[in-house]
Design a protein. Sequence first.
Length: 247
Amino acid sequence: MSSSFIYGVHAVARRLQRAPELCIELICADKRNPRLLQLIDQARNAGVAVRTEPRAQLTRLSGSDKHQGCLLKTQDLAPVMDFQQCLRDVNRSSLLLVLDGIQDPHNLGACLRSADACGVNAVIIPRDRAVKVNATVRKVAAGGAESVPIIEVTNMARSLKDLKQAGVWIYGTSDMAEDSLYDHDYSGPVALVMGAEGSGLRRLTLESCDHLVKLPMQGQVESLNVSVATGVCLYEILRSRSACGRH
């Protein structure tokens, strides 16, 4: 099994909590910081080795200076859900997030954080031509990358077709849509499909959607950042379901 680094206080704490048996070593830059001391105690209680290194070494290992003084070496998690299991688990309250080719790890991490907050059952991403879940994604997700199943698929259009056959309603976001995000009640199992930065949904993905919706824009900018738009859309789905008496 391969290993990788997770950095950032929240992401490290979440992995130590959820999968301590996969954690190899906690590396900290300072043993006096109260937040890091909590992580050290958490790691030692879980039987995870702890050592101290200069901040520059953490930056070198993580490839980022945003590590907040902590770095966790961990075995990569095996997928907790595959696409076929996702299809089998579809029920009337299912909420899936489909990200069609996100390129920026900060955007993917922010989308995963919103997915966790909104109780998304799984996030579906393409295997190719999209950013992978790396240390930066995990840091920005603040634990969301450890709590929400992430499923990679090789053919997005075919996967959306399979979801439709399983009873899932596919809502894609596009500035070409005639309907507003607020024109639907989102009852039943739903998959929200968000496009890549700049280019939006690919043609075959667009054609695979049951409905296209857009966010009404009142100002001068033409669109929102994809991670911001994802949060807005997910919370509107939750609001709509709550208004219908479904949680």
